[in-house]
Design a protein around this ligand. Sequence first.
Ligand SMILES: [Zn+2]
Length: 350
Amino acid sequence: MDLTSLRPNETAGLVCAHHHLYSALARGMPAPPRSPRSFREILELVWWRLDQALDLEMLEWSAKLGALEAIESGTTAIIDHHESPNAIEGSLDVIADACAEIGVRVICSYGVTDRHGPEGAAKGLEENSRFLASGGYGMVGVHATFTCENDTLVAATELANRYGVGVHIHVAEGADDVDAVSRLRDLSEDNWLLVHGVHLPDNHELRGTIIHNPRSNMNNSVGYAAPQRLGLPVALGTDGIGAAMFDEFRVAYVRMREHDISATPEVAWGWLQGGYQLVPEALQDRVTWSDEPIDPWRLAFHTNIRPRSVEISGEIVLDEGLATRVDAQEVRAKASEQAKRLFARLEAMP
Ligand SMILES: [Zn+2]
């Protein structure tokens, strides 16, 4: 698409640079066995129970729901980070196929971890390798350094280098992960995605793009990343809380403003645009919005703008707010059935 041909109510497709499509069914999930009192406990009591409960059928509908909601928000490209420790093999194909059915672009990765022993780590590496070898559009995922042995970090790096792709990894999200700096310093490359970086020191010497997820950071009470201080390109993600990128931009702006009264929306807008360095194909997509003009200062305070239509690679995938390739109501109904199965499993877990 010729960018100069954009009308005042149009943008290119938006990019969600860090998502967890497996978490789309999590809304309304049963409360954890007790209230988490730290970031580590949020992981242990909420997310690491959820990912263990997933099977491939739940994942399929979770990914379809997440992809549907992405195009309904004007997001045409998702960089996904996945974990389902009891359903690893084939999981990245399930996500890629679900996104293809809806029509949204996706870059898949499986989050390798030693949380389930060396066998679990090997299976995660194998899933990344299998997907990339089959021609899948992906990266090599790593959960985070604090759940990985050094051998695993090195193996993931080597795998990524073999396929000429980057590593997609959570970095210093919580204070538990401050060792990430020393453990990744000799491994990271410019094509890595360093997700969060909240507890990175200014002089961290890591390479890659910082993926800022302000709403998730606030929800997990981990602190403010202030990503502009880190000296690297920045892009915006949601960390699995939907894929509404104008919304995430607004949160990014207002969180920055809380930190610095002189901050302007243009900075957070620049982070939103940072997604195009990672998925330039999204520049060929076109979103027509319900209001104009599309301007950072207007959008920062405008909470009621919606996509009218979305065109991805020349195909209309959303027309007058309705998905064209799938029956959105059916996707929601099937996702709801799978959520019930997932919640029953969670209830039954110790
Ligand atoms: Zn994440």
